[in-house]
Design a protein around this ligand. Sequence first.
Ligand code: SF4
Ligand code: SF4
Length: 399
Amino acid sequence: MSLSSLASVSIIRCPTYEGKMLASGLRKAIDLLGCLEQFVRPQQKVLVKVNHLSPSSAAERGIVTHPAFVEQVLIILKESGVSRIRVGDDLGLSSADGFSVSGLRQVCERLGVELLNFQQTGFSKVYIPQGKVLKETHLAKALMEADVVVNLPKFKTHSLTIFTGSVKNIYGFLPHGLRVSYHARFREEVQFHTLLADLFSVVRPSLNIMDAVVGMEGDGPANGDTRTIGLILASADAVALDRVALAVAGIDPEQVLYLRDAGERGLGVFQIESIKILGERLSDVQIKDFKASRVSLGIIRKWMPGFLFQAICRQLEARPKVIAAACRGCRMCEEVCPTGAIRVSSGLAWISGKQCIACMCCHEACRFAAIRPYRKLSGRLLSWGIQRVRHQMRRILNR
Ligand code: SF4
Ligand code: SF4
């Protein structure tokens, strides 16, 4: 594939999630880039990575890639002859099934496509040869099993990383516990952005199609306001796609350090002059009054002493706890644990806190409810307090 085709981004107008309109918009967005077979061949195993944050939320809240959007992409893939398709994301702990709440489960069932919560299918150790701050990590096994990734990010602001699009969506391949602990370990803003670029160096989707029909402005990725953007953006180059999305939103790209870093490493095209825009003209779709995030976690991280920030993250982390009375010693947890943190001896499971990355695969695997997620009382109180503070800050800023 030539460099010029890698740096092409298509922009198509699509004002609603109505099926026919979406289908036609998505086809146009892909066709402008060439043809689907250029990115995904029929015999390949395809993993469709959605952006599906936990806790659960209805699709209308603009937090997750809209299931109607995913549905039309799946139909296009199937009609082009791709039969081995899986859809997935890593959903954290929640009483409700997040996939059902958003409607994604119903879509996948209707189309006969396998839907995965990476927490249930497990993680594998991966080395990052080009890593600057991260030399190894754990990524979803489903990713290793796929030939290609079709990335379906959502157009949203992010209180920590300014914007979350195609490149940031890769972070969802990590287990939830590890994601939390990286926030503590890579506390400096620059470090965290470098970490995202490190991850992107080993996970490169073949095709990225952004759900920018309804996006999120303000305090994204979960507490902002929905905003009709009315667009579908597509590209084989995730960096170029995100760079164009920033231009649509009017966000200063120099603030989005991980994107610039990825561009400087040659992982994609960051300079807007080097990106070929197809379909709508950029100047016709730019939003003049798009609201960036006002509650910047980056500022809080910078201002707060390191030890305090790390202590807070540790409190917020949910860890697995063995309920001895329920454990049958079946070793299922031992088998699924990606880090070897669990040992079963004398019929009882035991977890090494040092080795545990809090991915919660053991919790999912245990058929006897003998492993439960556990957050200390201080963590539960802290979580409640943070929500209150954020709520108050938004009220003040909205006055
Ligand atoms: S899977 Fe559950 S019951 Fe089996 S050993 Fe592990 S904790 Fe015990
Ligand atoms: S002990 Fe459980 S939560 Fe910890 S790494 Fe192993 S499977 Fe994941």
